[in-house]
Structures are given as C-alpha cells and as structure tokens.
Design a protein around this ligand. Structure first.
Ligand code: ADP
Ligand code: MG
Length: 737
C-alpha cells in the first residue's frame, strides 16, 4: 500500500499525540523530532532488565548459590560514606529495600558520584555483585537509574524490560520525566508502528534472520524479551552498516568504472636493479603489498589503494618501488607528505638511493625534485620547469605539489604519505589534475579492520603487519616528574654507549612568541642545569624548514647528543642512533601522537627506550586501569582518559592494538570524521565490536552494487528510494543513475 506523503499519519506533527501540546511539540522540534515517524525512531539510550530484578534477600541467596551474572536491586539510599584509603577517596553507599540491605562502592570518582545520591532517593542498581569481607551484598561501580516511588511499584509488578530515554534539557523544561516520556512513546508505538514501511529488501531480512522494521521498532522500545531486544538492535546495526556499505560500494564503483588510468608493465630491469642495491631483503608482508600494488598498476583502471603499516614497518621502500615502476614506463611519480621537513628528508634519502642505483643501472639516471614552500623563487621556477619538461622523474613535496602552477608532464602515480591528514576533498582535487594517475595512500596510523573496511572501503587495502627482522622491541616506561633527574642521568650515561636522545615537550602556548620562549627556556635549562656535559640542539615549530633541516642534519651527523623539540619530529624522521625518546607532560598528547613519537626510535640495532613523564596521578597510581575501558562510565572515562592512554603505551607496542584503544577512547564518531569521510554518522553499529555484522552487510552491499550498479532492478528500488530519502547528502562522491 502506498500512502501519500502528506496524508501519511506518520508524517503528522507529534503534537497530534496524546499528552503532547504545542509547548512540548516545540521542545521536541528543538531536538530534531518533528513528526510521529521521527518520534518512533527516538530510541532508548538503555534498558533495564527487570526480568532479573531481585529483592536484596533473594539476591543474597542467589549469590550464595554461586550465581555470578548481573542483577538489579531497587533500594532507598540509607547512608553515604566517604573514606580515604591509600590517599584515595572511596565512596560507599548503603541501600535498603523491604527485605534487607546492600551497598555500592566506588574507588574512582567518589566526589562525582557522592553528589548524585541523596539519602531517601530510590535507585535501581544493576551490575555484578559480590559479598564483601564484612559479609555485605556489594556492587562495585554499578549502573544505576534514579526512579520514583511510583515507578518502583510498577517496576516490581511488570516484570519487563524497561526503556530509559535520554531527556535533554529542551525536554526537561516541559516537565517530561522518565515516566511521561515512556508513556508518550508507548502510545506512539501502540498506535503507529504498524504504518512503518520496510526499508530493507525482503531477501536480506530473510538471509540475515532479521526482524521486520515494525517488529524491530516495537522491540527496541518495549522488548518482550532480551532476545527480541538483541534482534531489534541487530537489525538497526545491520541496516546502518548496509547503507553505509552501499555508499562505499557506489563510491568505489564510480571510481573504477568512470575513470581511465594507465596500464603499466615491467619495461626494463630498473626495478630489479634497484632491489639489488638495498642492504636488506624485503619482509614477507612488504613483498605481498608490493605484488598487490603491481597487479593494480598493470590494469587499465587507476589504482586506488591504501597501504597500512605501523611506524617503521617499511612502507616508504614499497612506495618507492611503485614509483620506479611508473618511471620505468615513462611516467613521473609524485610523493606528497604532510610537512616540509619530511619532504626534505625523503628527497635526500631517495636521491641517495637513486645515486646508488645509477652505479648498477647506467642506462638512465633517475632524477628527484623537491618542491616545497619557502624555496627561493629562482629555485622554485627551475623545479617547476623540470616538472613540466619531465626532467624530474620523482617529485617530492607537500600539498604545494598540487597547486595551480604545477604542471606535470606525465604524472603516472601519486603517493600520499600519512594520509589521515588529507581529506576526501583534497584527494578529489589531486585527481582532477589531467588524466587519472594511480594513487597509493600510506597510513602509519593503523586503522582497525572494520574501520578500514568502512570509511576506507572504497580503497583497496594492503597491510604490512610485520617489522623488519633486525628490530629490538622498544622499552616503554612511565614516570613522575620527580624522576626527571634520574632520567637525565640515564641519558648522559647512555651517551657513552653512542646513544642519542630526543627530549620532547608539548606545545602549551598558542601564540608564536610564547612558543618560542618556552622552547628556548627548556633548551636553556637543559644545557645549563641538567645536561651540561652534552651537546644539545633545539628544533621548534617557529623555525623555517631550512633551519629545521639544518638542525636535523647536525643531529644525524651526531653533532648533537640530544635534540630538544616540540612536536615537529612527530612524523617520519629517521635517525638511526637516536634510541631514547623522553616525552614530557605525556598526558597532553593524544595516543596516536604518542605512538608516532615512540616510532622515532628503535630503528637501529640498539635497545631503544621511550620514557613518558607525567603529572597525571591516576596514570602513575599503582593499580592498573582496565584498558579495554569496559567498566568505565563516560564520566569516569573522561577523567581517566589520559591515564588509560599512558598505560596503553606502556602495555602495548603494536600500533594496531594502540589504534584500537584510541578508537574506543575517542569514540568512532570522532575518528570517523563524518565531514572528512563524506559518510553518514553511525548511531547503532559499533566499529569495534560489530565486526561480523559489518562484514555481512558489506558482502551484501557490494554484491548488490556489483550486479546492479545503478540500482535499476525492481528488487532494489527499496534501496534506491531509501538512499534518496535519507542519504542524499552522502551521495556526492557516489552518484547513482
Ligand atoms: P615507515 O613505514 O614508518 O615509513 P620506513 O619506510 O621509514 O618506515 O622504514 C623505516 C626504516 O626501516 C628505514 O630506515 C628503512 O630503510 C628500513 N627498512 C625498510 N624495510 C626494511 C627491511 N625489510 N629490512 C630492514 N630494514 C628495512
Ligand atoms: Mg614513513
């Protein structure tokens, strides 16, 4: 049955519902809910499983009989007690119900939680319980919901799973509480849910054993059982992942079908000669990535590939070989990196390698050109000319490479290093230059598999997941400020064994003047007071790239034992004998930034050390935080975020593991960078935990788009309509029809 847009009751204003007048309708509108349809999709933020609600006495009995699942007890706050233990505040709250007592304890966030509970309030407390050493029934860091006296009665009588809705301040001002919003939704669901039309093809619903949209909405609000709630949630996760993957598949299709690229082959022995000049053998995964890249280069459609690998895993060499293949075919290659100093370093290293190559490959000298801002006008013009005349084969630079004035004669391959800094728009502009060159993006921030499948799903994916054999794992330590003098002594002692050190300070000051002053102050203190016997260099963000380059060069040449720096050494820099990195105020850095910084050391043959110094007392505390962060509430998480970051660094060296925890801490929304990726925000699906659902959704989406790229088949109209209705904004890079 087709209902006209306007006459469809679901499109009526929420004002038509019982107990919503103009005032409440207006506040709903403020949070984006205008129609009854919108309201039906205002899902509970959580549910309380009343099916396992017990009295205190019963719960005690359960526990004695070995039950160790979660349970809920409803009780009244009887007593609030704060105590100090080992310099930490502990909060203990006594509750009472009709049958007995129970207590809740918090070892963290005592102050925060003590403000939530008042004597006489009633709460439904949920979680795992244990028997304390005094024999009391005890919850540790439980979930809880404040409820009214009325509710506590209805709770005990209904025996159901109770939805809890977020009530933002816009709604609160119209006196909406847990109870009234639940009533409104119950009314809406009872009277309107059947009118919803399905937005997934029937075949997908069947093969994936999903409930219909009507059943799913019903059960997401007022589940008949836990299983039904899980199924409803699964359906919305699947639906969300499916439409995301449809967009990804369309984007990929768009790229492959529409654009024409160059078909390369192996023309001479240039590449094999190059391999002979390397002082090492490529690792197995480097070889695998290389063969995947080669296969792409030899096909007529342009390559669009993501090369992932932890810092130091050897991505550059793989990219360089790809660049040489393009050169071997008579084309130019461009390497785009995020900073000038990195561009400069790459240019130096690659030129050196090309000189070595020329010694064994006399037919042809491969020319490297560096193009970055701040070059003298005459130099710049000469470079531009060499690019235009194809005197330069490999061109290295920052995004300055893709300015109007740069005209590549025959650009065959673009390599983008550290791609997380480049948005889709930038990528699009890069592709707009002439015909479509092959594109290889490299990322040193490993992306969890499900994430790379989704937001980078339009790129083919190669992973280097092993380190060159000669590496010794870096040792990471976490220390308080008080240990700094010991650390300086360590740095001085190690100097005698040929060690060089980085000493990194966070950027505290926003203004240029203050930054300069801070950097110079650190430098002065270190040279005069703490490390008087060592040669110390200074590098900071206010230097020109030429000045930075000069300092880096002197450091590489061992003219300095220590390099004091702000974050400019973050990416790419390669100094083999720098094997100690001391990071001050490490709690101020992000996790991936810390991991990148650590990646600056451990590239040589010696044991490397990463020393994190912090004032964060939680990070330094003896007890270890649960790095999976499962039991931390959002409030706690906020408070312990930097502690979790620092302890993660100590515990894990593997960039993929670090990235996974980083993702959890930041929340997928953040990393997803909706605007950057051009994909919709995810509300239901959890990038980390819902791997299987995402994989199934992806398979389904890709196979549908492969068979019906313009969504013309009758059975796919439901998908097309839904895309046009709900995902119009996301179709920019993925046109249909
Ligand atoms: P990243 O992946 O961080 O860009 P690089 O490409 O800079 O890593 O490589 C780090 C260092 O390891 C470089 O000095 C490089 O020459 C060296 N390297 C690369 N591949 C190998 C290998 N297979 N065996 C030994 N050393 C290697
Ligand atoms: Mg690199």
């Amino acid at each position: 049955m087709l209902i006209e847009e306007k006459s469809n009751p679901l499109n009526q204003s929420v004002q038509y519902l019982k107990s919503i007048g103009p005032k409440r309708a207006e506040s709903f509108r403020k949070i984006g809910i205008e129609t009854i349809h919108d309201l039906l999709f205002y899902f509970p933020s959580r549910h309380l499983d009343r099916t396992t609600t017990l009295s205190a006495a019963k719960a005690y009995g359960y526990l004695m009989n070995g039950y160790d699942g979660e349970l809920t007890i409803i009780g009244k706050v009887e007593d609030i007690e704060k105590r100090n233990f080992n310099r930490k505040e502990i909060l203990k709250i006594q509750f009472r119900d009709a049958t007995g007592y129970f207590e809740c304890v918090w070892f963290q966030g005592a102050k925060y939680f003590s403000n939530i509970f008042n004597v006489g309030d009633i709460f439904a407390v949920s979680g795992k319980t244990s028997i304390s050493k005094y024999g009391n029934l005890q919850f540790t860091h439980p979930d809880f919901d404040r409820i009214t006296e009325d509710e506590s009665v209805s709770f005990l009588n209904t025996g159901k799973i109770i939805p809890f809705y977020r009530i933002p301040k816009e709604l609160k001002v119209t006196n909406l509480g847990d109870l009234s919003i639940r009533r409104i939704l119950k009314y809406a669901v009872d009277n309107y849910v059947e009118l919803l039309t399905e937005n997934l093809p029937q075949s997908l619903i069947e093969t994936n054993k999903l409930p219909s949209i009507v059943d799913a909405v019903k059960n997401f609000h007022f589940p008949e059982s836990k299983e039904n709630l899980t199924l409803a949630s699964k359906r919305f996760k699947f639906e969300e992942a499916f439409y995301l993957e449809v967009l990804v598949a369309l984007r990929k299709q768009n790229y492959k079908r529409k654009l024409e690229g160059y078909t390369f082959g192996i023309k001479t022995n240039l590449v094999s000669n190059f391999l002979k000049t390397l002082p090492f053998n490529l690792t197995k995964t480097q070889l695998r990535a290389l063969s995947e890249i080669k296969r792409d280069l030899m096909q007529p459609s342009p390559m669009n590939r993501l090369l992932q690998g932890d810092v130091g895993s050897g991505k550059t060499i793989v990219a360089l070989i790809a660049m040489l293949i393009a050169v071997d075919n008579g084309y130019q290659s461009a390497l785009m990196v995020p900073t000038e100093i990195l561009a400069d370093q790459h240019a130096k290293n690659i030129s050196k390698m090309m000189k070595k190559l020329y010694e064994v490959h006399k037919d042809r000298e491969i020319k490297v050109a560096l193009l970055i801002g701040g070059q003298k006008k005459s130099v710049r013009e000469q470079k531009l000319e060499s690019i235009e005349l194809q005197e330069a084969d490999i061109i290295i630079g920052t995004h300055a490479l893709f300015e109007e004035k740069v005209n590549f004669k025959k650009l065959g391959l673009v390599v983008v290093d550290e791609q997380h800094r480049f948005g889709v728009a930038q990528r699009a502009r890069l592709l707009a230059k002439g015909k479509t060159p092959h594109v290889l993006v490299m990322s040193a921030t490993p992306i969890p598999r499900t994430l790379s499948m989704t937001i980078y799903g339009d790129l083919d994916n190669s992973i280097i997941d092993e380190m060159p054999k000669n590496r010794i794992p870096i040792k990471t330590f976490l220390r308080g400020d008080g240990k700094l003098s010991d650390i300086y002594k360590f740095i001085s002692d190690k100097k005698k064994d040929g060690y060089q050190s980085f000493i990194v300070y966070p950027l505290v000051e926003e203004s240029e003047k203050l930054e300069l002053k801070a950097a110079e102050t650190y430098f002065k203190i270190l040279t005069e007071d703490f490390l008087p016997d060592l040669n110390i260099g200074l590098i900071h963000g206010r230097m020109s790239w030429q000045e930075k380059e000069e300092v880096m060069y002197l450091f590489l040449e061992k003219k300095f034992d220590v390099l004091v720096s702000t974050t400019v050494i973050e990416v790419g820099i390669d100094i083999p004998d720098a094997n100690i990195i001391l990071i001050n105020d490490a709690h101020r850095f992000g996790l991936s930034q810390l991991h990148q910084l650590r990646g600056r050391v451990g590239r040589g043959k010696k044991q490397a050390y990463c020393i994190l110094v912090t004032k964060d007392e939680y990070a330094l505390a003896n007890h270890k935080l649960n790095l999976e962060t499962d039991y931390l509430s959002p409030v706690q998480l906020d408070k312990y975020k930097s502690a979790v970051r620092l302890q993660t660094m100590v515990k894990y060296l593997d960039g993929f593991k670090v990235a996974e925890i980083d993702l959890k801490l930041r929340g997928p929304g953040d990393i997803f960078g909706t605007r950057q990726s051009g994909f919709p925000e995810l509300k239901h699906v959890d990038i980390i935990h819902d791997t299987e659902i995402i994989i199934n959704a992806k398979k389904a989406a890709f196979s549908i788009i492969e068979n019906d790229p313009h969504l013309e088949h009758k059975s796919n109209q439901i998908i097309k309509n839904n895309l046009l209705q709900h995902y119009r904004n996301n179709l920019k890079y993925a046109s249909i029809a």
